[in-house]
Design a protein around this ligand. Structure first.
Ligand code: HGY
Ligand code: MN
Ligand code: MN
Length: 412
């Protein structure tokens, strides 16, 4: 079986960490100067590993193997959240590079074709999983049209600033890939709490987002009597409170919802706010709770609008991501490799985070491997994993990749 090079793996992860470094964390939002610098570096590393590297028209970096036969796509994303951890996405991107090099250095696997990829904007600066949607042909004009970030920068402007506008956008070649493997940090506490070292992902949550816009009347905070107010912020607080009251009644075991972005204008202590925005995001492993949450939110808005005073509009805040099952056959290869390298220290589990694999799975059989996140922390500069778990995860992925490709080529 192929052997990874732990020092080379850790060195490349640390080099990538240094691009956009911010204390212990990383700030490398999609299309930022740091993001594009990282992508150019990744492309060079792909070429040095013998792949044919391309940065495409939405910023995906694809390293295509020159070997014949069925290929395996391996990778993740190298863009980060505004306050990103150093491993979210980066782990799977560098694992893919190391798997390519490990396969190439073993006589039994050097002929196998592993393609490596770093997807763009998985973190939803503009469109969640923009790159994997584009590569798999599920990025519709409707999703792309009007994509704008939280500072009002449009996707079109970001593409222009990154020098990508007009560059060809790559698509996966139909029938080329036997599967897609994405390794990722768990970003939650389950593996770390259980003392487990490898997670074999069974499914990825689906996600929806809604944006509520509140239009009231701006006025003086001292002279405007309470009965006459049309306070946009008070309406926002009421809706948020009622969502937190009602959603638990429709929640399933792993349902989550977050209201992590709000805007109150003019955001001044002596002014009754006339305008407010609230973003709601909710996730679950199946569609039914997502449907129920959306219906509850719309019902609450209708009830508040019927009272008058502040008008509430509902807009789609992001392209929905459906819940996705991971491919059973690919899972078995990851599980077999985990049992070999971490006997008794691996488990099957769902993913509470969404991932590019959830998008790619619509076109190519996909599977994921997790390593533990220390304390379950992620989307925070404090995100971290133990070196020994990082190394173990990559070796398990390399074994699984070799087994999948060997079986795929044996089938012809
Ligand atoms: O939010 C997520 O689940 C992913 O980490 N972007
Ligand atoms: Mn991620
Ligand atoms: Mn993330």
């Amino acid at each position: 079986m192929p052997s990874i090079d732990p020092e080379r793996l850790l060195a490349d992860l640390r080099t990538l960490r240094g691009i956009g470094a911010h204390g212990r964390g990383v700030v490398r939002p999609a299309f930022s100067a740091a993001d594009m610098q990282a992508r150019r570096w990744i492309a060079r590393r792909y070429e040095e590993a013998g792949l044919e590297a391309t940065i495409d028209g939405v910023g995906n970096v694809l390293g295509r193997s020159r070997n014949p036969g069925k290929a395996l796509l391996v990778g993740s994303h190298s863009d980060t959240q505004p306050t990103g951890g150093w491993l979210d996405g980066a782990l799977g991107v560098i694992y893919a590079l190391e798997v390519v090099r490990a396969l190439a250095s073993d006589d039994a696997t050097r002929v196998l074709a592993a393609d490596a990829v770093s997807f763009q904007d998985e973190e939803s600066r503009f469109v969640g999983c923009l790159g994997s949607r584009s590569l798999t042909g599920t990025l519709t004009p409707d999703i792309e049209r009007g994509a704008v970030d939280r500072d009002g920068v449009t996707l079109a402007d970001a593409l222009r600033q990154a020098g990508l506008q007009g560059a060809p956008r790559l698509r996966v070649a139909p029938g080329r890939h036997a599967g897609f493997l994405e390794a990722h940090i768990e970003q939650g506490p389950h593996l770390d709490d259980a003392g487990m070292r490898i997670g074999v992902v069974t499914g990825i949550v689906g996600l929806r987002g809604m944006r509520f816009v509140f239009r009231g009347q701006q006025n003086h905070a001292g002279t405007t009597m309470m009965a006459r107010r049309r306070d946009a912020a008070t309406a926002l607080y009421e809706l948020a409170h009622r969502i937190n009251q009602e959603f638990p009644k429709a929640a399933a075991e792993r349902s989550v919802w977050t209201m992590g972005r709000a805007r109150i204008e003019p955001n001044a202590t002596s002014i009754v706010p006339g305008y407010a925005e609230l973003d709601l995001q909710f996730r679950d492993a199946s569609e039914a709770p997502l449907e129920a949450f959306e219906a509850i939110a719309l019902r609450l808005v209708a009830e508040m609008n019927a009272r008058g005073g502040v008008g509430i509009e509902v807009a789609r805040a992001r392209a929905p991501i459906p819940p996705t099952r991971m491919d059973e056959g690919l899972q078995e290869h990851i599980a077999a490799a985990a049992a070999r390298h971490a006997p008794g220290k691996w488990q099957r589990m769902p993913s509470g985070a969404f991932h590019d694999a959830g998008i790619v799975a619509e076109r190519i059989p996909s599977a994921m491997l997790f390593i533990p996140s220390i304390g379950g922390i992620s989307h925070d500069f404090a995100e971290d994993s133990r070196d020994e778990d990082i190394v173990l995860g990559c070796q398990v992925l390399a074994d699984a990749a070799a087994a999948i490709l060997t079986a795929a080529n044996a089938r012809g």
